[in-house]
Ligand binder design. Structure first.
Ligand code: TRP
Length: 336
């Protein structure tokens, strides 16, 4: 059912190319959502700077990479408005207003932020900018009156905190300006493990397969994949649970019956890792092939890509301006 009045907003930090974990967790969903809702997808360059403020070059370069990732997987600029966060000053303005509605202790308790602070060893030296990025993320969504946010599971505490802020805003300024936000997460395929079998695929953990990887890179990574450490000889019975190759086959192999047969064979013994890895290499490369082709097309014309971002950004500014008029009026900030 088409419903263009409800708004979807989501985004990614341009700190590196996007990978299969992003695809499974959120990107894939966006391709469906753009058919139903009014969808905005944001390249979160301001948020990327919160932990990369001393490396603006990295953020700048990855804006193009992320834009190419979007376009090559089928996020269609005719259906989805793609925009740059830093070009919407209304987001910064709204963030300032929202900051009054959240305590520093509440920010420190946000599980996503807490994990990141400890991973990055910030400790007591965490910057104000980093600590408050959930507030700016709330503004990202609210500025276009976003209702649905397709995200990975790690972002759920963000949505919870955003709803607290928006609820308080509507209550204090006595207007239902912002809708309650709902996360859209994928239950069964919530999290894709890295090739090392670690819980989460991530660029910084060095265990990712990127959407932009070549056939060779994919093959090398799959050959290194974590399987069952006790499956030493081909004849040994092997474990399929926690076996990354089978986890990926379950998600990406269209031939479900054959995957079930392979699992049975592997558990019984007599099926070597190389055989299942070769199958996965084919499956992943078949999946990535059309994405690579499209990427190469767009990469030939970076000006066209920038033009898509420009048009999307202008459209977003329009919507953001309208929201801010309501916000300013509710907050009694209209003077002239
Ligand atoms: N924090 C998100 C990430 O790291 C990116 C992001 C920024 C985002 N603003 C957003 C996601 C708003 C959803 C909605 O992936």
């Amino acid at each position: 059912m088409i419903n263009k009045t409800d708004i979807v907003l989501t985004g990614d930090r341009p700190t590196g190319p996007l990978h299969l974990g992003h695809f499974v967790g959120s990107l894939q969903e966006r391709i469906n959502l753009q058919e139903i809702y009014t969808q905005y997808v944001m390249i979160a360059d301001v948020q990327a700077l919160t932990d990369n403020f001393d490396n603006p070059k990295k953020v700048h370069e990855n804006v193009m990479q992320v834009a190419l990732d979007y376009l090559s997987i089928g996020i269609d600029p005719k259906k989805t408005t793609i925009f740059l966060q830093s070009c919407i000053p209304e987001i910064a303005e709204l963030t300032v207003f929202f900051l009054n509605l959240v305590s520093i202790n509440r920010l420190k308790r946000n599980p996503t932020v807490k994990t990141e602070i400890s991973q990055k060893n910030y400790g007591e030296h965490v910057t104000a900018g980093f600590l408050m990025y959930p507030v700016s993320q709330t503004a990202d969504i609210a500025v276009v009156k976003g209702k649905f946010v397709p995200v990975g599971h790690d972002q759920l505490p963000m949505i919870e905190q955003a709803n607290e802020i928006l609820h308080d805003f509507n209550r204090i300024y006595q207007q239902e300006i912002f809708p309650k936000i709902e996360a859209i997460t994928k239950e069964n395929t919530g999290r894709l493990p890295g090739i090392d079998g670690k819980n989460k695929m991530s660029k910084s953990l060095g265990n990712a397969i990127f959407l932009s990887d070549s056939e060779d890179q994919v093959a090398k990574k799959v050959m290194k994949m974590y399987t069952d450490p006790n499956h030493i000889h081909v004849v040994d019975p092997g474990n399929v649970e926690g076996n990354v190759v089978f986890i990926y086959l379950d998600i990406f192999d269209q031939n479900k019956d054959e995957v079930e047969n392979l699992k049975l064979h592997y558990q019984k013994g007599g099926l070597g890792d190389v055989v299942i890895k070769k199958r996965l290499i084919d499956v992943l490369n078949n999946f990535l092939e059309p994405i690579r082709k499209k990427r190469a097309e767009f990469a030939k014309d970076p000006e066209k890509v920038m033009e898509i971002l420009k048009v999307g950004t202008e459209k977003t500014r329009q919507a953001a301006g309208e929201t801010m008029q309501e916000v300013r009026s509710a907050m009694k900030l209209q003077y002239f």
